[in-house]
Design a protein around this ligand. Structure first.
Ligand code: GLU
Length: 496
């Protein structure tokens, strides 16, 4: 059997892996697992490995691997070994490592730790149905565990291709020390004889996972809570093949605000959806780190460097984490406000290109976007909100109901006021917000309006909205020509 150096002596270098199965698109929970592995590796100056567990051929989803890698890249979780970058322990796709698994199974079989099982799919299904009917826990009934050599030969002669099952001890207990949960104990009698090798020659998750963690010299397995029940199986397998097992840490679940398992019902859950909704990777990183880990009971905002510096398994909570979208929005707004304006413009441009109505001419002017986002930076919580909030800056014509202009004014008075404003603006030289304010503020009393009335009217005339960034700065960005055109259009609307 291939016995390569393995085991987890305390002084072993830290080598951790994120081992996604490409059976779906990665959601925040998967990526949180990847991230905790990455943080652990970086904190200990160890190695972060990405290994693709693609042995479930039937459930493979096209594009899922690319999605995983893109999610990691977007968050800046660079990997030291794995797809694209390679490494000494490759290949990093399990489907390309089949030659490692079979000899292990052969050895286990000849050592009496595994056996071929010839039960048909139909028999197993019927058995399962019967167990369910009787309220018994599901599991293989071990019919093939003690077949004689003649019985085996007969099945072979019939051309039945067996699966290979692990001969789980019938009694005793399997325990381990989980680095987060402490001591975990399973009665072996609750574990069935799980499959190691499928009849198509592909390994199951259990086998491939154990063999590869050993061959890749993985020191710590940090994975989601849902794998906890697999761990006693893995430990029995490590013992049977004579590998030293890595240390285990099972990460707390992520729940939605209603305390049910986080799912589509709670909104976006795939990581790249958050990217497409305009969340910043640095905010996402910070937010995800706090889903199950904390520095102390107060600190919310931590940079990538601070997370690496402080990350520890001791501060991972044993209880489930709650995914709170309002907190993510808050945090994203915070990071968004901290960006310098050129950086923000750069990141926002693709959202303007994508989301502004098709009537707006492309490509969108960068320096104009820069001026627009500078005005919106304080208000927006996501990048995608920037084109929403700022759409009016780009439209040829605004579309709004006349009532929005009127508020408490009558049509006559409103159109008179706008006519006066228009004349003043037409005569105005420099069209900056200082000059605009100096010109327009005194006008209110001449028109026997309050400044609030005049400015609200003007705001609607130039933006089509009642809430917009500061009026004079908005007008400065729009420019004289556009402002005059819009005021004329408002007057026409009032005169209807
Ligand atoms: N392939 C498993 C998954 O999709 C990996 C579990 C583990 O880390 O052992 O999550």
């Amino acid at each position: 059997m291939v016995r390569q150096p393995g085991g987890t002596s305390p002084d072993r270098p830290v080598r951790v892996r994120y081992a996604p199965s490409p059976t779906g698109y990665p959601h925040v929970g998967n990526i949180r697992t990847a991230m905790f592995n990455w943080l652990f590796a970086r904190h200990h100056r160890g190695t972060f490995i990405v290994r693709i567990e693609d042995t479930d051929v039937e459930r493979k989803v096209e594009g899922a691997v690319e999605d995983v890698l893109e999610s990691l890249r977007w968050l800046g979780l660079e990997w030291d070994e794995g797809p694209e970058v390679g490494g000494r322990y490759g290949p990093y796709f399990q489907s390309q490592r089949l030659h490692y698994y079979r000899p292990v199974v052969e050895q286990l079989t000849s050592d009496g730790y595994a056996y071929p099982c010839y039960c048909s799919h139909e028999r197993l299904e019927a058995m399962k149905a019967e167990q369910v009917r009787r309220g018994q826990p599901p599991g293989y009934d071990r019919r093939c565990r003690n077949l004689s050599q003649e019985e085996r030969s007969r099945f072979e002669a019939e051309g039945i291709r067996p699966v290979i099952r692990f001969k789980t001890p019938l009694t005793g207990r399997t325990e381990f020390r989980d680095l987060i949960r402490g001591k975990v104990v399973f009665d072996n009698s609750t574990l069935d004889d799980f499959v190691l090798l499928k009849s198509d020659g592909y390994p199951t998750y259990h086998l491939a996972n154990v063999v590869d963690d050993h061959l890749m010299e993985v020191s710590h397995v940090l994975r989601a809570d849902e794998w906890l029940a697999s761990t006693p199986r893995h430990i029995l397998l490590y013992q049977a093949v004579g590998y030293e097992s890595p240390q285990f840490a099972h990460l707390p679940m992520i729940l939605g605000p209603d305390r049910s398992k986080l799912s589509k019902r709670h909104g976006a859950t795939s990581l790249l959806e958050f990217r497409d909704e305009g969340y910043l990777p640095e905010a996402m990183l910070n937010f995800l780190a706090l889903l199950g880990w904390s520095l102390d009971d107060r600190t919310e905002v931590l940079s990538r460097e601070e997370l690496v510096e402080h990350f520890s398994l001791e501060r991972i909570s044993k209880t489930a984490a709650i995914f709170n979208i309002d907190k993510l929005r808050w945090m994203n707004g915070l990071y968004l406000r901290k960006l310098d304006i050129d950086d923000l413009t750069e990141r926002a441009l693709p959202f303007f290109e994508r989301d502004l109505p098709s009537s707006v001419r492309r490509p969108i002017d960068r320096s104009y976007v820069r001026a627009v986002v500078a005005l919106e930076q304080e208000r927006a919580k996501t990048l995608a909100e920037l084109p929403q909030l700022g759409e009016f800056f780009f439209m040829e014509e605004l579309d709004y109901p006349v009532d929005l202009l009127l508020q408490k004014l009558n049509r006559e008075k409103a159109s008179q006021a706008l006519t006066t404003v228009s004349q003043k603006l037409g005569a105005l030289g420099p069209f900056d917000h200082g000059s605009l304010e100096a010109t327009l503020r005194p006008l209110a009393s001449d028109l026997s309006l309050t400044t609030k009335e005049l400015f609200s009217l003007l705001r609607v005339a130039v933006t089509g909205r009642t809430a917009a960034p500061p009026l004079f700065q908005t007008m400065e960005v729009l420019g004289k020509e556009a402002c005059l055109r819009r005021i004329e259009a408002a007057i026409r609307l009032l005169r209807g």
